[in-house]
Every structure is written in C-alpha cells, then in structure tokens.
Design a protein around this ligand. Structure first.
Ligand code: DSN
Length: 415
C-alpha cells in the first residue's frame, strides 16, 4: 500500500503514516494484544466500504445501497461461525469493550451484579473497573488470582459468587498467562444461576486454532476482539446461542452503536478467511511455543514470571523479586529506546501504581507473524534481560538496538 494520495493532499499526515510504518518495520512489537495484519486485511479496511451507512443487519437495513455490505458482513459472520463453531455471531462491535457493553445491555439492568477478575490481577477495564462505564452502571465484585500460584483462584471465585449472587460472571483476561478453565467457571455460574460471559479477546486466535480450550457452546456469551491473536480486521465480536441472538443484535444496534464500520467488517471477513487456512493452526501453535521459549529463557536469567510460566501467547514478569528498585515503566521506556516495544503492567499484589507498576507484559503474536521461531525468541529474552539489568545505560541500549535492527532487517514485515 502506498500513501501517494495522502502525500499529495496532506503531507503532514502522510509523514506521520510513513513514520509509523517505519516504526513497525524497525521495532519488535511485543504488546501482547497487538499483531501485524496482512496487507489483504489492510486493503479491505481502507476500501470504499468506509463510506457506507449500513445500520441494521444483512438483508434488514435501514438504508439503501447496502447489497455489497450485506455480502461482506454475511461472509464475516459465516466464516466466524466456522472458525469458532458458534450458533450466532455479531461482527459489528467496534471493539472488544463494545462487545462487552452489548452483552451487558442485552441481559442486565442498571445496578445488576457483575463478578469479574480484578484489573491488577489480569482483568480488563470493561469487566467493571470504576473508571469504566461497567464499574459505574453495575454493582461489581471482583475475584483474584491465588497469591501463591498466580493461577485463577477458582475456589475463591465460587465462594465469592455464592456470597455475592452475581447476574454475570466474566471470565477471559488481558494479562493472564495460563489456560483458562472455562468449564469450572461455567459450573460456578450455573451454581448461582448467573450468565457466564467469556471474553476471549486475547486468545481468539488460539481458541480458533484449537490450541486453547474453547468456551463457545458452553458460556452463554463469548466476546472478543478481532485484531489480536486472530489477526483480522480491527474491532469486536459477540458469539452466543440462537436463544440470545435477537437480544444481542438489538443491544449492539441500535442499543449501543449506530452504523457499523463496514470497512473493518470487510477486514474481519478477510482475516477470518485467512484463519480458516490450515497454516493458521501452525501460526497459533508457534505463537504459544515462542511465548514458552521466551518465558523459559527469562526465568533462566533469574526473572520471576507470574504463575511461573505461560500456557498462551504472553508472559508477565514481576520485577520485584529480581529487580526491586526497577519499575515496569523504566523498563518499558528503555526497551522502546532499544526497539523492543512492550508494556509496563500491574502484577498480582501490586505495590506500586497502575501508571508505574512493578511488571512488564510481553507477547509473541506479532513476532510470530514476522517469522520468529523459538531460538530467536530466546535471543529476544536475552536482549530484554540485558536492558532490565541496565535500563539507564546508553551503551547497552545502543548495542541491543543494533541487534534489533539486524533482526528486523532479517525478518521483514511490509514491503
Ligand atoms: N488494551 C488491550 C490490551 O492490551 O490487553 C485490551 O483491550
């Protein structure tokens, strides 16, 4: 894709776009929620469908001119059904948060009760943080990971559910490195007659490829985003049984959204099509193998991983045991100077603040898309460790940066 037209009409924005392209080419994207979509997905997202108003659903629109929008949305829905085995799919949510909002609106009244994982233990803002609408509109109680093991405290969850009597239990997380036992959470939800919402935003691709247990068909609602491990067009998705189909569709439109972003839905259709190819399973398996290799090597360097390792695409490093005086933000900034982009993250039992926490979260979806294997991920762990050891040493940062340059030249991204 070129930016020739933007360059001609708006050189300022063209320069920013070119800088961002260069940044992505020249750095290692290790934000666990990010990925590099294909050029086909990007082309679809920049198509003329951005001009289209398609309020409603395929064959039931409020405006004319939607026959091509109908086709592309139906393709996205059908491919999603095939990928995840869902009875009903809504591909219109603009993001994972919008998907959660749609489910809440569909089945809750204001002040109804949500039980979800605490944000500092790996949860998500839209699961009921006080700064988010969900924490303001609903009565929220939170469960935690076990302080010793770092795994979800399933017994504690069940006990809290029995005491609190939630209307919804949310599972699915944004900084949890272990396989989620959806069945166990379903049984806790059944015991208190609550809905179970499984937010698989981070692991959509792993679930689709069968490398993580699927909650589809078990949880009442499965929500997610479509641009993380599944590597499709940007946005959200909701899956449920036919029983809830009408309520979910009305809650998304007109309940919480207006016109769907049809260009992104085209990107979802293209990305889902790519994920139906058998090569996507290899990609998902490699993503997990790479995270395991990364985590093992960080541990060999003496770093402490929350839960002692990973089963999925991310690792969460608690810096406190090995580097008590170094914060996540310091490491994030130093690594970015060296060309490795990840994020500071809170850790269970956080003793600092959300803005300057004690951990870092690192993911392998984007590196794997780039072609990295386990050996290269082990080397990336070495580079991360060197920077953690000396976050203010310009010589170290420059040397790591040189090696990152070599790696990004070897594993090219977009032409
Ligand atoms: N902000 C995303 C993440 O990084 O996990 C989730 O929405």
């Amino acid at each position: 894709m070129t930016y020739d037209s933007v360059r001609e009409t708006d050189p300022t924005v063209a320069t920013v776009l070119e800088h961002e392209r260069t940044r992505q080419n020249d750095t290692l994207a290790m934000i666990a929620s990010e990925n590099h979509v294909s050029e086909a997905v990007m082309e679809a997202q920049s198509s003329e469908l951005t001009n289209n108003y398609a309020e409603g659903y395929p064959d039931e629109r409020y405006y004319g001119g939607c026959r091509h929008a109908d086709k592309v949305e139906q393709l996205a829905i059908d491919r999603a059904k095939e990928l995840w085995g869902a009875e009903h799919v809504n591909v219109q949510p603009h993001s994972g948060t919008q998907a959660n909002m749609g489910v809440y609106l569909a089945v809750l009244d204001p002040y109804d009760k949500i039980l979800s994982l605490d944000l500092t233990h790996g949860g998500h803002l839209s699961h009921g943080h006080p700064a988010n609408f969900a924490g303001q509109v609903y009565d929220v109680e939170q469960y935690e990971v076990d302080a010793e093991t770092g795994y979800i405290d399933y017994e504690g969850l069940r006990e809290t559910a029995e005491e609190f009597g939630p209307d919804i239990i949310v599972s699915g997380y944004s900084a949890y490195p272990r396989e989620v036992d959806f069945e166990r959470i379903q049984s806790a939800a059944d015991a208190v007659d609550a809905y179970h919402v499984a937010d698989i935003a981070h692991i959509t691709g792993l679930v689709a490829a069968g490398v993580h247990e699927s909650p589809v068909g078990e949880a009442d609602f499965v929500t997610g985003s479509t641009h993380k491990t599944i590597r499709a067009g940007r946005g959200g998705i909701i899956m449920c049984s036919e029983e809830h189909a009408d309520d979910i569709d009305s809650a998304v439109f007109p309940g919480t959204q207006g016109g769907p972003a049809m260009h992104n839905i085209a990107g979802k259709a293209v990305g889902f099509g790519e994920a139906l190819d058998p090569s996507f399973t290899t990609y998902a398996e490699q993503t997990v193998a790479n995270a395991t290799a990364l985590g093992n090597r960080l541990q060999e360097h003496g770093l402490s991983l929350v839960s002692g390792g990973t089963d999925n695409h991310l690792v969460l490093v608690d810096l406190r045991p090995s580097h008590p005086d170094t914060t996540g933000k310091e490491v994030e900034a130093a690594l970015e100077d060296a060309g490795i982009v990840l994020n500071a993250n809170t850790v269970p039992g956080e003793t600092r603040s959300a803005f300057n926490p004690s951990g870092i979260r690192a993911g392998t979806p984007a590196l794997t898309t780039r072609g990295f294997g386990e050996e290269t991920c082990r080397e990336v762990a070495d580079l991360i460790y060197e920077v953690i050891e000396a976050p203010h040493n310009d010589t170290v940062i420059a040397a790591v940066g040189e090696r990152v340059d070599e790696l990004t030249d070897e594993y090219t991204l977009y032409d």
